[in-house]
Ligand binder design. Structure first.
Ligand code: GLU
Length: 308
């Protein structure tokens, strides 16, 4: 691929290549509202640090960002309490399911990392302590990151998860029994389900993650979100823990820091170059978007750009 890369041509090629994959995965159904999303959609967006936007397919279709919100929640909590966060959450891949309770027992209520559900609940607890309305604080934060002041969470999705999130509630109670959750479980669950229910499209998400590709600084507003060292650390966590229990395989195949969600979105970035987001709601068994994972693998292959 000659340089400079023609990102639009790459995205158009990928859009064609993934078509046979649509219909091969399964839309998440354990949150009833998510089961209603038509599976055969695909969109991808790349935003380079000079602000150029390239996109294909359903890149302007808003979807439930789910665990992608854990990246933004972590960033905001890290802004608030810095390294003190690591007294309550680890930084190692878990090697078990994103919603597993098993390790919490033997590890005395300290979750392995901030991207599994237990870790994200502790992060949300930090936000509940810091903000009167933590979910509003997070939506406003993501609005600033993306430059889209109209972003909202989807109340139906949040209520759907609140009504069925028995495992997450169990984890929250369990961590509270170890003293690693200080706010009432209902408050933490409420804020958690709402931030998971934020709706965004691929273009806005590619913009929202670009600060990590730019040393922690929002490339367009100039706002310092985190310092360069923290941007490196957040990106390292994405690489090692951001794509469920398949993070090793994902790093092998794709080679960029990324965070995925059960809504089918995956965000990632290439330091010094761009933010990227792909969305396709059908998942592979790991929980990552099936077509989305392939699309990102093809993207780093076709452009010759990755971390490595
Ligand atoms: N809100 C979802 C849950 O807690 C997020 C899961 C995900 O996207 O990984 O189950």
């Amino acid at each position: 691929m000659p340089h400079p890369v023609d990102y639009q041509a790459v995205l158009d090629q990928i859009h064609g290549e993934v078509q046979p994959l649509l219909g091969r995965g399964r839309v998440a159904s354990y949150i009833p509202e998510l089961a209603k999303v038509p599976g055969n959609q695909f969109g991808m967006a790349v935003v380079t640090l000079d602000g150029s936007v390239h996109s294909c397919g359903d890149a302007r279709e808003a979807f439930s960002i789910q665990s992608v919100s854990k990246l933004f929640a972590l960033t905001l909590a890290y802004q608030c309490v810095g390294d003190a966060l690591w007294e309550r959450v680890g930084r190692e891949p878990s090697g078990s399911a994103f919603n597993s309770l098993v390790q919490l027992e033997s590890e005395l209520g300290k979750p392995r990392n901030p991207f599994i559900n237990a870790g994200a609940l502790v992060v949300t607890d930090v936000l509940c302590t810091r903000f009167v309305n933590p979910e509003t604080a997070l939506v406003e934060f993501v609005r600033r990151l993306s430059g889209n002041a109209t972003l909202q969470y989807d109340d139906r999705v949040a209520r759907s998860e609140l009504a069925t999130g028995f495992r997450n509630r169990a984890m929250a109670h369990f961590m509270r029994s170890f003293g690693n959750l200080v706010n009432p479980v209902d408050d933490v669950m409420d804020a958690y389900c709402r931030h998971c229910a934020i709706r965004m499209d691929a273009v806005d998400l590619a913009r929202a993650v670009a600060f990590l590709a730019h040393g922690g600084v929002n490339p367009w507003s100039g706002e310092v979100i985190v310092d360069a060292s923290s941007a490196k650390r957040l990106s390292a966590l994405m690489l090692t823990c951001g794509t469920y229990d398949a993070a090793g395989d994902f790093a092998y195949r794709v080679g960029i820091p990324a965070k995925s969600g059960v809504g089918g979105g995956i965000v990632g970035h290439i330091p010094g170059r761009l933010g990227v987001c792909v969305w396709s709601p059908e998942l592979e068994p790991s929980g990552n978007s099936l077509a989305g994972s392939v699309a990102l693998e093809r993207f780093t292959t076709l452009t010759g750009q990755s971390l490595f």
